[in-house]
Structure formats: structure tokens, C-alpha cells
Design a protein around this ligand. Structure first.
Ligand code: GTP
Ligand code: MG
Length: 140
């Protein structure tokens, strides 16, 4: 099956608070991703619950959505061949203690629950997540 060329990322509240937006975007560009849309925004608790609805009922859900609505985030649509997998390789494992050297989570994450950055997990979810933040006119 043809792999899509778009993914959706969020630089999470912890990394924004620590002024890591610039270095993280630098790494993203250096690794061949083009920014197609981007905004600094602040999710409400309800919006965070909606974005992460797939995890509803899991033991970490309340902590996750509380954290994700605790401060500003940067949401962006990124373009590269095989974007979803390529970006997940760049951000590293969900638990930063298991993330490879040089990955964004290894470099910037504080913990499993405060892990610096999100990446879509499938082409289908990348489309859904991109339209959560941006309308067609805002994706270049
Ligand atoms: P996202 O890019 O944020 O979607 O992370 P992911 O795709 O690597 O992981 P997943 O979608 O499975 O989980 C979403 C988020 O919930 C993760 O980024 C973690 O912060 C958090 N999370 C996942 N599993 C656990 C867990 O077992 N314990 C805790 N405390 N948090 C978890
Ligand atoms: Mg996920």
C-alpha cells in the first residue's frame, strides 16, 4: 500500500514551557520534514479528551488529558515520504528511557507521561488529527 506523506505533531506543554520549540523544530527540519501548517494553541480539557479519545478508559487517560491541556502546545502538519513512520522513528519510543540516542524524546522528554512530542500513528489518524487543528485552506 502507498504510504502517505503527511503526519501531525504536537510539541507538548512541558517542552513548550521549557522553551524547546526552536530546537525541536530545527531537528524536524534538519531531518527533511517540511512544515505545511503550524499554530501555537492551548487545548481545553474537553479538546484534549477528544484528541486522545482512543485512550479513554485507560489508567493514564486523566493524567494525559490534564497534562495536554495544562499549557500551550505547538501543532503542526509535516510532510516527508513515509511521514508517519519516519516521524515516529525521529521522536523515539513513548517511554523516553527506552528511546534511542538522538531522538527528540530522548533529548527533551521529562518522563513517560510528559514526553515532549506527539506523532500520528497511522496515515488515517494523521488526516483526522490534521483536520482537528487545521482546515484545508490552512495546509500549504
Ligand atoms: P502520542 O504521540 O502522544 O500519541 O504517544 P504514543 O503514540 O507514543 O503513545 P500512545 O498513543 O500509546 O499514548 C499516548 C500518551 O499517553 C503517551 O505519549 C504517554 O505520554 C501516555 N502513556 C502511554 N502509555 C502510558 C502508560 O502506560 N503510563 C502512563 N503514565 N502514560 C502513558
Ligand atoms: Mg499515540
Amino acid at each position: 500500500m502507498q504510504k502517505g506523506n503527511l503526519t501531525l505533531t504536537m510539541i507538548k506543554p512541558g517542552a513548550v514551557k521549557k522553551n524547546h520549540i526552536g530546537p525541536i523544530l530545527g531537528i524536524i527540519n534538519e531531518n527533511g520534514f517540511t512544515i505545511k501548517a503550524m499554530k501555537l494553541t492551548h487545548l481545553t480539557l474537553e479538546q484534549a479528551k477528544c484528541f486522545y479519545a482512543i485512550h479513554k478508559g485507560k489508567p493514564f487517560f486523566e493524567d494525559l488529558v490534564t497534562f495536554m491541556s495544562s499549557g500551550p502546545i505547538v501543532a503542526a502538519v509535516l510532510e516527508k515520504d513515509n511521514a508517519v513512520q519516519s516521524f515516529r522513528d525521529l521522536i523515539g519510543a513513548t517511554d523516553p528511557s527506552e528511546a534511542n540516542e538522538g531522538t527528540i524524546r530522548r533529548l527533551f522528554a521529562e518522563s513517560l507521561s510528559h514526553n515532549a512530542i506527539h506523532g500520528s500513528d497511522s496515515d488515517e489518524n494523521a488526516k483526522i488529527e490534521a483536520s482537528f487543528f487545521f482546515n484545508q485552506m490552512e495546509i500549504f
